[in-house]
Write a protein that binds this ligand. Structure first.
Ligand SMILES: [Zn+2]
Length: 187
């Protein structure tokens, strides 16, 4: 394949003024851990040209490095913010979604998968907790059984000792008892 130069641009119109942006793909390092897709967006209508990374998180939520997005995000994280808070957005995220560079379908699929994974994780956590509770109960039962057996063994030992003592005393008593002699009957 011949080496070709491709350029991707989009425009954002705001207050009757159009700003032109160029899109560039991100390298694996630029996408970074926890993100699955994204673009480097450069504002070509300003000088110096601001550059933002607009990326999609693994959970299907978009993320931009522009100040407006970071402000939106901070607002959503404030303690008084109502839950659930809508995803933070900025004109760059909205533009990429609107022009199809990032498809809504991909975001929806990622969000649905994340929900399923979260549910599965919760279920596993619950099952692990239940198993631990059952194991603890089994251990408690085994402990109480072991104590009962030890107790019974102790009592059995005592009884055996007493039986032996009785046996010894009995033998001793039998040894000292004078034997009755049978009198010879006078003929
Ligand atoms: Zn932005």
């Amino acid at each position: 394949m011949k080496t070709r130069l491709c350029r991707l641009f989009f425009e954002i119109e705001q207050n009757g003024q159009a700003k032109r942006y160029s899109l560039a793909p991100l390298s694996a390092e630029e996408i970074g851990a926890g993100f699955v897709a994204g673009f480097k967006v450069t504002n070509r209508s300003e000088e110096p040209q601001p550059v933002y990374l607009v990326r999609v998180r693994e959970n299907g939520v978009m993320y931009c490095t522009c100040p407006a997005f970071l402000w939106e995000q901070r607002k959503g994280q404030e303690p008084a913010a109502p839950q659930p808070q809508p995803d933070a957005m900025c004109k760059h995220c909205e533009a990429l979604a609107a022009c199809g560079a990032v498809t809504r379908n991909m975001l929806d699929v990622l969000k649905a998968r994340t929900k399923l994974l979260d549910a599965a994780e919760q279920r596993i956590e619950q099952l692990t907790k239940n198993r631990d509770i059952e194991r603890e109960a089994a251990c408690r039962n085994a402990d109480s059984l072991r104590r009962t057996i030890a107790d019974l063994e102790g009592r059995l030992h005592e009884v055996t000792q007493r039986a032996l003592q009785l046996q010894t005393s009995l033998s001793a008593a039998q040894a000292v008892t004078p034997k009755r002699r049978t009198r010879k009957v006078a003929a």
